[in-house]
Design a protein around this ligand. Structure first.
Ligand SMILES: [Zn+2]
Length: 338
């Protein structure tokens, strides 16, 4: 069956996003650097001007050749800034005429097409492929040891979305677009109430505002980089060999300026196994915008720590959204820490 012009346009845009991934060797770099496509850094590397401004009536815009520039609002969350930048990058790479975007759909190939500008359909398909390629899903699913059954659980998809730096909604559409889950599963996932998931994870504690997130960080995240907001809550869950007197040194969190809100251990009860590890759960509030290398050691308190003690480390990069001017990534490229 012949493809429709809309299908052709989407395929063309997806191929363009894949070409940029290859040109910048992004797959390997993203997988090594913590699992998010850094779209702001990619734009800087492509030598395209990107500036953040307090735009009120648009999420973003792009200027056509020969200027080749992108502007993104400072008035929205980091996830929206990322999808907007990827959408505008699509316009630039596909050599569209200039565009001002007041609304950006995150539905990739599943957005409405009737009566819509073909350039917008292309930019949406480009952004979805650029930020949420199939290989990125595979990376996180394998790394976290998730099965297909796990992926039907909204709690898991919420944690997946945080690690990929995308909204829950966009992450669901990507699962469908890459044919990882069928439509029925996606419809069920999209019914989940995210606020409720956050409440369950944070127990009685809530992130500082309704948009902030709750990260569940486990052994599987050892060595990873978490990129989030200063208002997020961090929930660390680690097995602890309490039978032999081992404890994780939660003090490392307070020493890094984190406020420890909860610290509890629980034992597997069904069946009750003597000598089985306990599950230590720590919930902590970050000290504000910060980048912290958190290193926890599991030691026996009556002796000096030694090199054989289990170590868990994670980089917590919680700068949040871009606040104005060039992106932090562009400053980094110029050797300026911001
Ligand atoms: Zn657009």
């Amino acid at each position: 069956m012949a493809r429709t012009p809309v299908e052709e346009a989407r395929l063309h845009a997806v191929a363009a996003a894949k070409r940029v991934h290859r040109a910048l060797d992004l797959q390997q770099r993203v997988v090594e650097a913590g699992g998010q496509v850094d779209v702001f850094d990619a734009i800087a590397e492509l030598d395209i001007a990107l500036i953040f401004k307090p735009l009120k009536s648009a999420l973003g815009l792009c200027l056509p050749q020969p200027l080749r520039g992108i502007m993104v609002t400072t008035e929205r969350s980091l996830h929206i800034q990322r999808i907007t930048a990827a959408h505008e990058l699509g316009h630039v790479i596909l050599e569209h005429r200039g565009s001002i975007d007041r609304e950006i759909l995150e539905r990739g190939p599943f957005g409405p097409s009737r009566g819509r500008d073909i350039q917008e359909i292309e930019a949406e398909a480009f952004a979805a492929e650029f930020l949420l390629p199939r290989w990125l899903y595979r990376h996180h699913v394998q790394h976290q040891g998730w099965s297909l059954a796990h992926l039907r659980n909204p709690d898991i998809i919420y944690q997946l979305s945080l690690r990929m730096g995308a909204s829950y909604e966009a992450t669901c559409w990507g699962l469908l677009g890459h044919q990882i889950l069928p439509r029925g599963d996606i419809d069920a996932l999209r019914k989940a109430k995210i606020a409720k998931l956050k409440l369950g994870l944070g127990e009685e504690f809530r992130p500082a505002d309704a948009w902030a997130d709750v990260w569940k960080v486990t052994e599987r995240d050892d060595g990873a980089t978490i990129t989030g907001n200063p208002d997020d809550l961090i929930r660390v869950e680690l097995d602890e060999a309490v039978g032999s007197g081992f404890r994780w040194n939660a003090e490392a969190l307070s020493e890094a300026g984190y406020e420890v809100l909860a610290d509890a251990s629980s034992f597997p009860r069904d069946p009750l196994l003597y000598g089985a590890p306990a599950r230590r759960v720590l919930i902590a509030r970050p000290p504000g915008p910060s980048a912290t290398k958190l290193v926890l050691r599991e030691t026996q308190p009556w002796r000096e720590p030694d090199d054989n003690d289990p170590v868990f480390s994670v980089d917590l990069v919680l700068h949040g959204k871009e606040k104005g001017g060039p992106a932090r990534a562009a400053w980094r490229r110029r050797g300026v820490a911001r």
